[in-house]
Design a protein around this ligand. Sequence first.
Ligand SMILES: NC(=O)c1ccc[n+]([C@@H]2O[C@H](COP(=O)([O-])OP(=O)(O)OC[C@H]3O[C@@H](n4cnc5c(N)ncnc54)[C@H](O)[C@@H]3O)[C@@H](O)[C@H]2O)c1
Length: 368
Amino acid sequence: MAERTVHVPLGDRAYDIVIGDALLDTAGARLKAKFPGRRFGIVTDTEVAREQLPRLIRSLDAAGIGHVEIVMPNGEATKSFARLGEVVDGLLAARLERGDLVIALGGGVIGDLAGFAAAVTRRGMDFVQMPTSLLAQVDSSVGGKTGINSPHGKNLIGAFHQPKLVLADLAALETLPPREFAAGYAEVVKYGLIDDAPFFEWLEANRQEIFDGGPARAEAVAHACENKTRFVLADEKETGVRALLNLGHTFGHALEKATGYSARLLHGEGVSIGMVLAHGFSAKLGLANSQDTVRVAAHLQAAGLPTRLADIPGELPLTTVLMDAIAQDKKVVRGSLTFILTRGIGETFIERNVDPTAVAAFIDEMRK
Ligand SMILES: NC(=O)c1ccc[n+]([C@@H]2O[C@H](COP(=O)([O-])OP(=O)(O)OC[C@H]3O[C@@H](n4cnc5c(N)ncnc54)[C@H](O)[C@@H]3O)[C@@H](O)[C@H]2O)c1
């Protein structure tokens, strides 16, 4: 496959997202040309270290580039203050200088953690995203949001810090567990649902080829990156329209918290259920047609994703506990709830002042 490049024209923070087939194998030559004389601190997790890190190291070594590796446990719990401290200490202990770079090699967890570590180490080091999960390739590696979780909720501590380059190697997806691939696919679907109905229709027609690794996969990743870039350019710091990217995330984050950020519910799975709930809630409010909810749920279900609260294994906490988590959402402004609602597929909008009692009643209904 020919490489594709999506440019993110953010002035002096502009960068390219390169999408291709063997980018980890050729990263050394590319990094040497773009960042001559620099050293690299590679942050990754145990799974990715086993499956993909050797390819990157071989290519850095072949290019004569100095590097150190910092390997974190895999999983959402790694987005913590303790692990952030370990990464920063590792970078400093390796005597990486402010002009050196951090590489985030992994899924969204590593991208968020390593990006935040880069943002705060020596008051800001440059970094390169090398996303290895589908979710990271289509979403988290683009746009500069970095951060960690707090016991109070997800992503509550962080910084905006744009990468200098994103290398999305499609070959890396070959070792991604199928459940993780499906979870990432939920974020791909999200772009269609937000404001791109033709893309949703295209996904309905091409889902199988995307899962099988045919040419539609590269097309889907590139299109998702273009859509994300459009939102980032319009509203880099998420004071307005970028919030649409949170479709399904208010419900999803609450469910992730309720399930202890565990394997019971992956982030993308929470987003899948959350997007169906956002459509269902919009229909309940009389804003959207309930047929759209059915269509969205059918597509996600065909992709092997959970779409109902009942699809989550184990007991869910009381609705009041879920509502408490929703109240900690980062989109809460002076205590009032903001939701991404929809008038139909591809017609989302930001709704402020959503009545919490209506949300709680809807959740109660959905539990049955
Ligand atoms: N910053 C943003 O804009 C943004 C956007 C969306 C999501 N996120 C964050 O992203 C995180 C979720 O990302 P994720 O779904 O990539 O999770 P993840 O980073 O935990 O990766 C999922 C799992 O797949 C493994 N893995 C990744 N790539 C692999 C590969 N090529 N081969 C084998 N195993 C591989 C990882 O070790 C992990 O176990 C969440 O923390 C979420 O908050 C951030």
